[in-house]
Design a protein around this ligand. Structure first.
Ligand SMILES: [Cu+2]
Length: 729
């Protein structure tokens, strides 16, 4: 609904401006029409005005519809900047210009009465060139143009200031139009009602077009310059109340002194590696493995990971995606640490307090680092062995760029933002781990199987598990309560998200596969970056798959599921009053409208991915105090999916499009918000620090879809930006 309203609203903004442009031209030229044509022209002008008024009514209705469905924040900008000013001007059109047109019609000579094409007599001319007939229509045209600009590049809230500027600018333009029209009318009288000679008209038109072009070029240059990212910026630069205790990110560490239960070393390298198929990937990897080694630990263990950067020129960090580690262990370059340079190392220590499926990845130039391989799975098991399924397998899906030259990504705008292809170019091969083929494995009938799906891509992935019914046992590392049997459903996992599936192996084969081709997303889709339905398509293209059977050599290929998508909103069973109690009181309420805007980012023109009409570092941080219960509303009125990832906390889904979540508490750290969707989520601020809250389509994040969750009083010494060596996305 919102998606349609949003797209139609933009379409009608442009259409309205065009129609009013025609109406304004007709009104302006009415007085120079030959007397014989006046009646016909006035009728035509009046008809055009009617169409223009109707167009504007649709436009205003759409903006109001957006407010009605998505709330004030979801459509206020379109009402205030797109619809309201032209509607005010349209009132003047209806009150002044339409009656003036009718007067002209009444006074115009009958058709054919004056066939020689002579100009209008003075009385008629005065009527046709009257201020009332021309200026309101021109004013409406000017405000619809301003409105179209305000819709394609809406200002960031609070709206009061920009609205006043918008109104004053509109008023000034209208005043200018009135003065211009009076001058023009006087000149027309002086010429005895004859039109300006052709040659002069041409000169004037050229001058006008040139002037506008110069103005536009100047505006663009200014906007491009203003969009340049600062050399250094700090996540600490949020509002501090002064009452909260001052703490530094540096001190918010894990257990630094205890003897670790598990120790790992991950060494980042820049090497060309091969997939199982033999195809080459210009990889950045951990321990020369695609993906990095799977880390398996137990809940409550003290885990120590030493990150060594052997030769990744741009630096590396380790972020523990989904694990609520202490802030200093979160691994975000320029926020919780400095990127580790070649030859350097960094030690992470944390104690995972929840069993589940997670993953780790570099958070330095993550859009490139993750695409090229700096990630791996992290599985936290329950301490007791008997809670582990006999066949427990992590399946990391990733689209590997093959056949790309080394270091091909080049600048920050590798071109992937709208393509979903990680900006790397080349061909993408979807693999489970490093294997793009169908892999067959033996699993005895009756064996309990747990498949841990990790989507290490930018776009949502659609999975099929065929040959058995199954339970969605966990989402994003949280067990589902009362997970019931699922059959004939496809599974949509957010970019960066995880699903754990469990089933008992039947006598026949079971096949897990991803459907949709990562390469299909880019071309011919316009803005549908991640494919037509946001997930590399759900077409019949199947890529990697894993077939499990008691007798793999004898088993035929199981066809993929074709069915609707599994929906977690009502899945599983709720217990008692739920995690937040019966009627929770929220200490903070934030709204994040995910949108598009035409503008510049770091000097380059592009379709921006915005949060509340702004991009990083201009998106204000969400500032909380420790202990706050926080509600956040995500509304996606953009053209692509946004897997919104909050670091250090898990979010509880409260509702989607106003429909309350009723099943097992749906905890998530990476929530895919599809175009048109509105989610309400809640989290408890119980992990002080400076945290990223960003889109995990890492190309969107690179282009500025990033904000911070900042605890009042927490500061840090780290900075990001081109002169700091820290570029988190
Ligand atoms: Cu996004």
């Amino acid at each position: 609904m919102v998606e349609n309203l949003f797209e139609q609203n933009i379409l009608w903004a442009v259409l309205t401006a065009v129609v009013w442009g025609c109406a304004a031209r007709g009104a302006r030229r009415l007085a120079i029409r030959p007397a014989a044509a006046l009646r016909r022209r006035a009728r035509l002008g009046l008809a055009l005005l009617t169409v223009a008024l109707l167009t504007l009514a649709v436009r205003a209705g759409l903006a109001l519809g957006l407010v009605a469905t998505a709330g004030w924040l979801g459509g206020a900008d379109y009402v205030l900047f797109g619809a309201l000013p032209p509607v005010l001007a349209a009132v003047a059109v209806a009150a002044l210009a339409v009656p003036a047109y009718l007067r002209v019609l009444r006074a115009a000579p009958a058709a054919g009465s004056d066939p020689d094409g002579s100009p209008l007599p003075p009385g008629l001319r005065a009527l046709a060139a009257g201020d009332r007939l021309v200026v309101p229509v021109q004013a409406c045209c000017a405000t619809t143009l301003l409105g179209a600009a305000g819709t394609l590049h809406p200002p960031a809230p609070p709206y009061t200031g920009p609205f006043l500027v918008h109104i004053l600018l509109g008023g000034a333009v209208c005043g200018g139009l009135l003065l211009l029209h009076r001058r023009r009318r006087a000149a027309l009288e002086a010429r005895g009602g004859r039109p300006v000679p052709r040659a002069r008209q041409l000169v004037r038109a050229t001058a006008t077009v040139t002037g506008l072009a110069v103005l536009t070029a100047g505006g663009c240059t200014l906007a491009a310059g203003q969009s340049r990212l600062p050399d250094r910026t700090s996540a600490s630069a949020h509002a501090h109340s002064g009452t909260a205790p001052t703490r530094s990110v540096v001190d918010l560490t894990g257990d630094r002194s205890g003897e670790p239960d598990r120790r790992f070393t991950l060494t980042a390298t820049d090497r060309t590696l091969r997939l199982a198929s033999g195809e080459k990937v210009a990889a950045l990897s951990f321990n020369n493995s695609l993906p990095g080694p799977e880390l398996r630990v137990r809940r409550g263990q003290l885990v120590e990971v030493v990150l060594v950067n052997r030769d990744v020129a741009d630096g590396v960090t380790l972020h523990w995606h989904g694990v609520d580690v202490p802030n200093a262990e979160d691994g975000v370059a320029g926020v919780t640490q400095d990127a580790v340079p070649p030859g350097g190392h960094h030690v992470y220590r944390f104690r995972p307090d929840r069993a589940g499926t997670f993953w780790y990845h570099s958070h330095q130039q993550s859009s490139i680092a993750v695409a090229r391989g700096l990630f791996g799975a992290l599985v936290v098991e329950e301490p007791s062995k008997d809670q582990r399924a006999p066949f427990d397998r992590t399946v990391v899906a990733h689209a590997w760029p093959v056949g790309t030259a080394r270091n091909s990504p080049g600048g920050p705008h590798g071109g992937g933002a709208l393509s979903g292809t990680n900006g790397l170019g080349g061909t993408l091969r979807t693999a489970f781990g490093d294997d793009t083929r169908t892999r067959a494995e033996k699993v005895r009938a009756g064996t309990e199987v747990r498949l841990r799906l990790v989507n290490a891509d930018n776009c949502p992935r659609t999975y099929s598990l065929a040959g058995t019914s199954f339970a969605v046992a966990a989402i994003d590392g949280t067990e589902v309560q009362g997970a019931s049997e699922v059959r004939g459903r496809l599974l949509r996992v957010a970019g960066g998200g995880r699903y754990d599936l469990t089933y008992r192996q039947p006598d026949g084969p079971v096949r897990l596969t991803v459907v949709g081709d990562a390469n299909a997303s880019a071309d011919g889709q316009g803005f549908e970056g991640c494919g037509q339905d946001g997930a590399y398509g759900t077409g019949r293209t199947e890529t990697a798959s894993l077939q499990l059977a008691p007798n793999p050599s004898a088993a035929g290929r199981v066809p993929a599921v074709s069915g609707p998508l599994f929906d977690p909103l009502h899945y599983g069973s709720a217990a008692g009053a739920g995690p937040l109690g019966r009627s929770p009181r929220f200490d903070r309420d934030f709204s994040l409208v995910l949108g598009n805007s035409l503008g510049f980012h770091d000097g380059s023109p592009m379709v921006l991915w915005t949060v509340n009409n702004a991009v990083h570092p201009d998106i204000p941080a969400l500032v909380v105090e420790e202990g706050d219960l926080v509600r956040t509303t995500f509304l996606n009125r953009s053209l692509d999916d946004h897997p919104m990832h909050l670091h250090g906390h898990r979010m509880l889904v409260l509702s989607r499009d106003g429909e309350p979540a009723t099943g097992s508490p749906w905890w998530t750290d990476t929530l895919n918000v599809a175009p048109g969707e509105r989610y309400e989520v809640a989290f408890r601020s119980d992990n002080p620090g400076l945290w990223m809250d960003h889109c995990h389509n890492l190309d969107h994040a690179r282009d500025g879809m990033v904000l911070h969750l900042a605890y009042d009083g927490v500061t840090g010494p780290y900075e990001s930006g081109s002169s700091t060596g820290n570029v988190p996305e």
